[in-house]
Every structure is written in C-alpha cells, then in structure tokens.
Write a protein that binds this ligand. Structure first.
Ligand code: GDP
Length: 427
C-alpha cells in the first residue's frame, strides 16, 4: 500500500514530523522530487535534525529509504547528511539511490547563484542550490543520470558538450571563468565513487515491495502552491510537489497511491518571493514567527526568517484539492494558544468581488484577504491525546477550517514530537 505525505501550502507544513510518525508502521520511505533546497525538521529520541535530501525514515532501522529518480541528487550533500546522522548516534540507515536519478553538478549551483545575482531585486529568492538549472538541463536532455557514471566513454563525450553549451553564457553573461572538461570529469568520478554503494533499480524494488504488501510512504517536499503547473508560477519550485507526481518520481503505478495525507499548518508561512494574501507584518508577524514551529519559523536549510500569515482557507482548499487529499494533517496548532482572537482568511477580494477559488498569479497579486475572526483558546494544548479533550474554541477552530477547506482533518499535531498527535474520526 502506498501513501503519500505532501504539503497543502507553501512548504514547511510539518511533513517531516508526520512522515517520521507514519514511518513507524511503514517499510519504505521514498523521496520523489526536489533536492537539497528545502529541509524537513524532525525531533525524535536521537535529537533534532534537519534533513535536506534524505528521506525521513532514516531514523528507523526497519525502514528502507529510497531516493527516487525524480529527485535532484546532490551526491556530496547526501553522503554528508548520512555521515552527520551516524555521527550523532543514529544507526547507519538503509539507503537506496535510483540509478535513474540525475545529478546536481557544481555548475548548476554556480548558474543558480549567478542568475539570482544578475536579477538583483527581481530575483526568485532561490536557495541557490542549483535546482532550477538542474531541472532545466534534465528536460533539455543534457543532465547526468547516475547510471551514466558507470559508462566512462559516455561521460567524456558529454562533458565536452556541456562546456560548449555553458561556457559562452558563463563568460559573456555572467563574466565567470569557463568550465573545463577535465574538471567536470574529475567531479563525475568523485561522485561515482561516493554514490556506488547506494545505487539500485529503485523502481523495480518498489514495484516488488508493493506487490508483497509492503507499506510505502512517498514523502513530498514543499507544497501544492510551489508546484510548477498548479502553483504561483513563476515563484514556484522546479519539480512537481503533488502526490500524483509520486508515481513518476518514484516509478510506481499511479493506482497504487491509496492514501494522500496532506499536511497543512494551523497558520501560514512561506519563503521566497511571490503573492501571499494572508501575510502579516510587524510585531504581529514577529511574535508568530518567534513562537512558531519548534523554535521559530526560520528556514531549515537557509536559516532565513519565514514570511508569516494567518491560515488561508482559499489557498488550502485549492492545495488539498490538487493533492487529492484523503486525509488532512493539521499541524502546529499548539502554537496558536497565546492568541485572544485568531483571524482566518476565508475569501479573496479581487477587483471588488469575493471568491473562494484560488486564482492564477496575475489575479492573485491583486487579491485582498477577507477575514473571519475566531476566539482563541488561551491555553497549552500539548500533551492532549483525545479530540474531545481539546478546549472547545480549539475544536471550533479546527471544524471551521475543515468546513471551509472541504477535506477531512483526521490528524491534529499539537507538538513537534512523534507522540504529539491526535487522531480524529471523521464520519
Ligand atoms: P516540513 O518541511 O514540511 O517538514 O516542515 P519544517 O520541518 O520546515 O517545519 C515544521 C517545523 O514545525 C519543525 O520545526 C517541526 O519540528 C515543527 N513541528 C511540526 N509539527 C509541529 C507541531 O504540531 N507543533 C509544533 N510546535 N511544532 C511542530
């Protein structure tokens, strides 16, 4: 049985925690898209970890972790991440890397940096991890697939092509030193030796595992609104963040994905540029940022302060719909316990008309939030295990959101730990 754990919003919804929690009863955890440009924060009995490329199952010895073909694979970073968790006492994880995954090269990172510099104030707010240039090359068919590392004759020819193509831009647009085929070959040889112990035909492995009845978790990065097709284009990421893409990025039949756990945070946060309708500013935002998540809302990869906002029903309804949510996991609800009143964005006003449908980007830029304000519950809810034991105003908040998004909230996360979860039967 395959389940996906994906984000309804802009990312940072707490997917890592939910995956780590569901992994207890799973056999395999798969990353199917994205790269080391975002992070999952996980708190467990080994400590607090920020994972960037490793699947969130690496803390369990019964789990096989898979980096699927859809991922932007930064080989030295993956190897470093494995080393870092092992150094902190976690047993060596079982890790398989797809032979069809493609490799983030040093020049992808260089191009990402150069382009953000060139754009200056009009930049995308990229994390400069090379993700956009990587995917551009993949679809221009000039990327390096892991399998190719083991075919020397192929590499020699390809590095020359890369130099011919990239050097004019590097020299004339960015005024940087040219790439050399020798340096690229050396880089590829280093990657080959690093990745070799992990390489496998992961799609075949997963197909057989599903046939044997194993439980597979597909772990998404970022959220629906960062999807290149359905998100806030062009302020999106470069690979699909949707559960449906899990079938492609992991190489499994789409009909095997039976459950789509869509994670949505009880308030909003976003990183990078782009319209963010329910954004808040000043002291109000600073306080929510400081109290948010587990130790503040700052990027797990970059440390950048996240943009903050109230819960957005319009964006979340859309985000859940695109994911095909079977379950919504509503996270970080404990953080809101300090507020007397909690505004919730229930509509967008665009050119004088109110809508609850999420628009395309040009219209989104004009949207103004329509708020309803709910009373707060003014107490600590961490430690509560049963839905009925939550304060009445807290339950009302959950049920209000559920009604507006139109998808069932079956899990409520009231703390960063694995055990901080309330299951809810939704009839
Ligand atoms: P992800 O990328 O979707 O996994 O999200 P992040 O890891 O960037 O952000 C989630 C943050 O919130 C992490 O610091 C988690 O430890 C923390 N977190 C997750 N669920 C909860 C929760 O229910 N309550 C609190 N207080 N923190 C949580």
């Amino acid at each position: 049985m395959v389940q996906a754990v994906v984000g309804a919003n802009w990312g940072d919804e707490g997917k890592g925690k939910i995956t780590d929690m569901l992994a207890e009863k799973a056999d395999i955890v798969v990353r199917f898209q994205g790269g080391a440009n975002a992070g999952h924060t996980i708190v467990n009995n080994y400590g607090k970890f920020a994972l960037h490329t490793l699947p969130s199952g690496v803390f369990y010895s019964h789990i096989t972790n898979v980096i699927g073909n859809g991922v932007a694979l930064n080989i030295p970073l993956v190897v470093k991440e494995v080393q870092e968790i092992v150094d902190r006492g976690v047993p060596m994880p079982k890790l398989l890397i797809s032979d069809r995954a493609q490799i983030v090269m040093s020049y992808h990172i260089l191009f990402d940096q150069c382009e953000e510099e060139r754009l200056g104030g009009k930049s995308f707010g990229s994390t400069k991890s090379g993700i956009a240039p990587f995917y551009a090359d993949k679809f221009s068919k000039i990327g390096f697939q892991v399998s190719e590392l083991f075919h020397e004759e192929l590499l020699a020819d390809k590095v020359q092509r890369i130099c011919d193509l990239k050097n004019p831009i590097l020299e004339h647009l960015y005024h940087k030193p040219a790439l050399t085929p020798e340096a690229l070959l050396e880089e590829l040889h280093t990657y080959r030796d690093m990745v070799k112990p992990f390489v496998a035909d992961t799609a075949a492995f997963l197909y057989n595992a599903v046939k044997e009845g194993k439980i597979v978790l597909l772990e998404g990065q970022l959220g629906s609104l960062k999807d290149p097709d359905h998100g806030i284009y062009p302020m999106v990421t470069s690979s699909s963040t949707l559960a449906g893409y899990g079938a492609i990025g992991a190489g499994i039949p789409p009909y095997e994905i039976k459950r789509v756990v869509t994670v949505s945070k009880a308030y909003s946060s976003a990183v990078g540029a782009g319209a963010f309708v329910s954004e808040i500013f000043g002291d109000e935002a600073d306080e929510l940022r400081r109290r948010g998540g587990d130790g503040g809302e700052f990027g797990a990869t970059t440390g950048r302060p996240r943009r903050m906002g109230w819960f957005d029903c319009v964006a979340s309804k859309y985000g859940c719909r695109l994911q095909g949510a079977t379950d919504v996991a509503f996270t970080v609800l404990d953080v809101l316990g300090y507020l007397d009143e909690i505004p919730v964005c229930v509509g967008y006003e665009i050119d004088g008309e109110v809508t609850t449908d999420f628009p395309t980007t040009a219209l989104l830029e004009k949207a103004k939030p329509v708020y309803e304000t709910l009373p707060g519950w003014k107490c600590e809810i961490r430690g509560i295990k049963k839905y009925e034991d939550l304060p009445e105003n807290c339950r009302k908040y959950i049920e209000f959101v559920e009604k507006h998004i139109g998808f069932p909230i079956t899990m409520i996360s009231n703390g960063p730990g694995r055990e901080d979860i309330i299951y809810r039967d939704v009839k």
